[in-house]
Write a protein that binds this ligand. Sequence first.
Ligand code: SAM
Length: 326
Amino acid sequence: MPVPCVRVPREDGEAARERLADADLVDPGHEITVESGSLFIPVIAPDTVPAEYEIVHREVPARETQTMPADLLKFDPSYERLGEIVIVDEDDPERAREVAESIMTSDLPVETVVNRASKVKGQQRVREWGVLAGDGTETVHREHGCEFALDLAAVYFSPRLATERHRVVEQVRQGERAFDMFAGVGPFVIPFAKRGATTVGVDVNPDAIEYLRENARRNDVAGRVTGIEGDVREVAGEYADWADRIVMNLPHSADEFLETAVNLANDDAVIHYYDIQHEDDPYGPGERAIREVAGDEYDVVVETQRTVRSYAPHELNVVLDVRLSR
Ligand code: SAM
């Protein structure tokens, strides 16, 4: 069966393999192959592979030494990996049990298999999980060279946003000031700080802020990361006019926080504004809301508008990178 592979020129192969391995994207179940000057690196979760890599589907030999879940089942189950947790999305309890058993028996490095048991919900955007095998929902996940400790049952974290986060991280310059209004365990602020930014991350979830601080230490950037627990509308006051960059990843209700974001902006700032909208006009509502709040105080230029992923039938999760110049 053809599997998704990143195709790179052979001379770039090792750098690409290392980068994909850092993001836990290399498929351990298939061999890396070479043909006509190209290296083919099998990957899991091809839609989270950085956009600059070309994905092709091709037949590659299975790695003889590894037993994968599909080798133990009559079908190829879909799953995501988050550190040593494997996440599945199975409605049928019998099939869920079978999939979990095959994952635990396979050669995947796995401690726990969990099933999505609810949508992300509430102010803290935490999901309920059904533990199918193993125990414990705490893990350490690696993404683009950073490590994130987190407890899936206590905080929000989605490995599917890795490519989008990396796109934003690559815009960050040494010495800039970045403020993440909904910071979670730090998947924006930690890599920002690694690039030399001074960062502040706020979250209303105390567990998220505890992990954010731990992750700052774990990645040797504690000196450039301030974690603040609280409602960002109440705690952002002392950072008025402070930020060169503002991240707003609370897609269902970011518009309610735009006044706070504009107060945080200095004379020339970029807002990364995440939104969920109907496919007929995915960017318009966000742009209009930002223009309204920025008023006459700022010139507003939409520098990028992009679909991050499909969210539901006819609904898209989008991002706008918007520059505010006073
Ligand atoms: N930026 C992180 C990421 O990409 O993984 C987390 C994003 S998650 C969708 C949104 C986060 O915003 C949650 O961790 C939630 O606890 C936090 N949050 C919700 N309302 C908030 C508020 N009023 N002030 C601060 N944080 C808030």
